[in-house]
Design a protein around this ligand. Structure first.
Ligand SMILES: [Zn+2]
Length: 441
């Protein structure tokens, strides 16, 4: 036993990795990670599977190992807008504050904003996310730098304008082809119809067909507000899920964010179509959408429910620990039952359900699975006493309890150190400042 590897070597390392003496499912075990970034073996003495190889080690004593968290709905580069406009109603917030500032965004802003998002997510135990925004080639650059996994979609908005639709179609094709061309297993492209109120019927139909031909996911906002549902009803004679289904948007490749204003029949429809749903409790509460996603009914219909933070202008944090807690509390409060969404289930939503929705493996710590593992401090205040790991993780801890993050077998953070952190903070702060200068000059 050579003891823990320290310093830069751990972050540069591209070979097998041994995590010793971590607590998994109430037992102390070792985790062996092979060169391909998969879990090779687990348990006591598992390191024999890596014998003779140049293996680095992490001392996991005092740590609980959990699957890395998966954020299934965000607009990562909106970190630059954090705290720019709060305490407003949704429509005014979007139209008066967010969209006018976004009109001044450049590729480099998205690069720095996404880098900041990746840093924040890494520091709070998230290993993969589902992103919809603009300048996605720049977002991809940031994801590649970070070592995280992401599904990236260009936010398609044509507002019923034919010329604009042509430009959006071209932009979508360009981004999807570019991302596929990277041949990076950590990056998956998707198409991103923004919502029923921002994309035309023709646009939705084209996106549905293109996603099927290319075999890529669909990322869309669905029934976030009552206003959206009423407007869709009066314009198309149907509520958003039925209308989207008629356009071919509801598929097993689809991730539908929010789904607050959906009824029992719509929960059944989403289940039948195999759609994944992303619950975004903080964003829904902050923007006062006045209804919680009907988790009990979605669950009854076997819908794969996952968790997302939404963008940093409507949350304003990317900490999935906070999201697990808020989801569980909001569901209990809104549907008036203390038994809805227990801690263990909230953790499943944030790990295996999310990983499944994004196509990044089982989201479990098991032999053969990608090594997407976080280590949290079992001796910290939030984990004392340790009556119930899931309870502490969901209700007591936040992202700062995460000590180590491993994604695809590579160490992204150890002892809360992420390489290059100061440079990312400085670069993102500068980008945010320059964005505001451009917008108001
Ligand atoms: Zn959103």
């Amino acid at each position: 036993m050579r003891g823990e590897t320290v310093g830069e070597e751990l972050f540069r390392h591209r070979g097998p990795l041994l995590v010793r003496n971590v607590l998994i499912d109430q037992q102390v075990a070792d985790i062996c990670i092979n060169e391909a970034g998969h879990i090779e073996a687990m348990g006591k003495g598992a390191e024999t599977s890596l014998r003779g190889q140049d293996t680095l080690e992490i001392d996991g004593r005092g740590a609980i190992a959990l699957p890395g968290l998966v954020n299934t709905h965000t607009h990562a580069a909106m970190t630059l807008l954090r705290g720019y406009a709060d305490d407003m109603n949704l429509q005014e917030w979007l139209e008066q504050k967010i969209w006018p500032l976004e009109a001044h965004l450049k590729g480099d802003d998205v690069y720095w904003g996404t880098k900041l998002a990746c840093l924040e997510m890494t520091k709070s135990g998230t290993i993969a996310f589902n992103d919809m925004y603009f300048f996605m080639k720049d977002a991809a650059r940031a994801v590649i730098d970070s070592g995280m996994k992401a599904v990236l979609s260009y936010g398609f908005i044509d507002l019923g304008d034919e010329d604009r639709r042509e430009r959006e179609i071209h932009a979508t094709e360009d981004v999807v082809n570019y991302l596929l061309g990277l041949k990076n297993p950590r990056i998956r492209p998707a198409v991103g119809p923004h919502a029923v109120y921002t994309v035309s019927d023709e646009g939705l139909r084209w996106l549905a067909e293109f996603s099927e031909v290319m075999g890529v996911a669909i990322h869309i906002h669905v029934s976030e507000t009552e206003h959206e549902v009423q407007e869709c009803l009066s314009k198309f004679g149907r509520r958003p899920p039925a209308y989207l289904d008629s356009c071919g948007i509801l598929t097993p490749r689809t991730i539908a964010a929010h789904c607050c204003w959906i009824d029992k029949n719509e929960c059944a429809l989403l289940g039948k179509k195999g759609v994944h749903v992303s619950h975004n409790p903080q964003s829904n509460m902050k923007l006062a959408v006045n209804r919680a996603m009907p988790y009990p009914s979605l669950r009854k219909n076997n819908v794969n429910v996952t968790l997302g933070t939404d963008g940093c202008a409507s949350n304003n944090s990317l900490d999935m620990f906070e999201t697990m807690k808020c989801a569980s509390l909001l569901q209990k409060f809104f549907w008036n039952s203390g038994t809805i969404l227990p801690a263990k289930e909230a953790l499943t939503l944030a790990t295996s359900n999310g990983a499944r929705a994004l196509g990044f493996g089982p989201g479990k710590i098991a032999p053969g699975a990608p090594a997407d593992i976080i280590l949290i401090d079992r001796n910290g205040p939030c984990n004392t006493p340790l009556h119930n790991v899931e309870s502490n993780v969901v209700y007591a801890c936040n992202g700062s309890a995460v000590n180590t993050v491993i994604c695809n077998g590579k160490v992204l953070m150890h002892h809360r150190t992420v390489p290059g952190e100061a440079g990312i903070i400085a670069g993102a702060a500068r980008a945010a400042e320059q964005l505001l200068q451009r917008a108001f000059s």
